[in-house]
Design a protein around this ligand. Structure first.
Ligand SMILES: [Fe+2]
Ligand SMILES: [Fe+2]
Length: 257
C-alpha cells in the first residue's frame, strides 16, 4: 500500500523525474493543504512551491530521499503567498546557495519573510523565461499573471510534459475525499469552482493564459492544492477554464460562499 506521506513519481524516467512530495498530516501541518513537487534531473533537484513553515520537515525528508541536500540547487516560487514561501528560510539554511526563481515583482518583498542576506534571486521577467536543468532539459516559466497574484507564473517541463499550475486548478477537497489524481471530474469541478471565481483576478487574464499554452503537449496538470489532472482530464480541465467567468468579471464576486 502506498503511504501518502511519501514522495511519488508522477512522470519521467530514471534521470529526469517529476515528483510529488507527499501529503501533509492535517494534525501537524497547519493551514490549507498544499502540494509540493520537485524535478530531479541530472542528479540535482529543483523544488516547486516548497510550502509553508509546517510542511518543511515532511518535504525535506522526502527530497533528501531523492538527492543529497547539497544537490537541491533551486526553488521555483509561482507567487508570494505564505503557503508557497513560508518554508524558504528553512530551505536556505540547508542550502544557502540555491537559486530562487520568482517574479521580479516579488524580489523586494520576500526579504520580509526574514530571509538571510543576499539569497540568489533569479527574477523572472513579466514575459516569462526558461532555464536549462543539469540534464539539458528546458523548463519554461509561463506567465499566469492575475491567476491569482499580479506576478504569477506556471512552469512547464518539456521532458515530462507536466504543467505545474500553481494555484490555477486548485481544489478545496473535503477531508477524507482527497485523492492524488482527479477521480470524478464533474464532482471535482464543484471543489474548484468557488476558489477560482474568488481568487483569480479576471476572465481576461485566464483567457490570456489559455492562449499561451494552446498547442503545448501536456500530459499532467499539477496544481498547488487538490488533485492532479491526467489523461483526458487535462483537456477537460482546460475546457472547463475556457467557459469560466472569474474574479471581478463574475456577477457574484465578493458574495459569501
Ligand atoms: Fe496563492
Ligand atoms: Fe496556494
Amino acid at each position: 500500500m502506498t503511504d501518502e506521506r511519501n514522495a511519488i513519481e508522477i512522470a519521467g524516467s530514471a534521470d529526469h523525474r517529476f515528483m510529488w512530495l507527499g501529503a501533509g498530516d492535517p494534525e501537524t501541518e497547519k493551514g490549507i493543504a498544499s502540494n509540493q513537487y520537485a524535478i530531479v534531473a541530472g542528479g540535482e533537484a529543483l523544488l516547486l512551491d516548497p510550502g509553508g513553515y509546517h510542511s518543511f520537515e515532511r518535504v525535506f525528508a522526502n527530497v533528501a530521499g531523492l538527492v543529497e541536500p547539497k544537490k537541491i540547487t533551486g526553488v521555483f516560487l509561482s507567487h508570494q503567498d505564505p503557503d508557497v514561501v513560508g518554508s524558504l528560510v528553512s530551505w536556505l539554511e540547508v542550502q544557502p546557495s540555491m537559486k530562487i526563481y520568482v517574479s521580479g515583482l516579488w524580489e523586494r518583498f520576500l526579504p520580509h519573510f526574514a530571509l538571510p542576506a543576499l539569497p540568489d534571486f533569479v527574477a523572472i521577467p513579466d514575459e516569462g523565461s526558461s532555464v536549462t536543468l543539469a540534464d539539458g532539459a528546458q523548463l519554461r516559466f509561463v506567465p499566469a499573471h492575475g491567476l491569482h497574484s499580479p506576478g504569477n507564473f506556471a512552469l512547464y517541463d518539456e521532458r515530462t510534459r507536466v504543467l505545474f499550475s500553481g494555484d490555477l486548478g486548485a481544489a478545496l477537497v473535503p477531508p477524507g475525499e482527497w485523492s492524488m489524481f482527479v477521480g470524478d471530474f464533474e464532482k471535482h469541478c464543484g471543489y474548484m469552482d468557488g476558489f477560482h471565481r474568488r481568487f483569480l483576478a479576471s476572465t481576461k487574464a485566464l483567457r490570456a493564459f489559455l492562449e499561451q499554452i494552446r498547442g503545448v503537449p501536456i500530459d499532467f496538470v499539477c496544481p498547488q492544492h487538490g488533485s492532479i489532472f491526467r489523461g483526458e482530464d487535462v483537456q477537460r480541465f482546460f475546457d472547463w477554464l475556457a467557459e469560466l467567468e472569474v474574479g471581478f468579471d463574475h456577477r457574484d464576486w465578493g458574495k459569501p460562499r
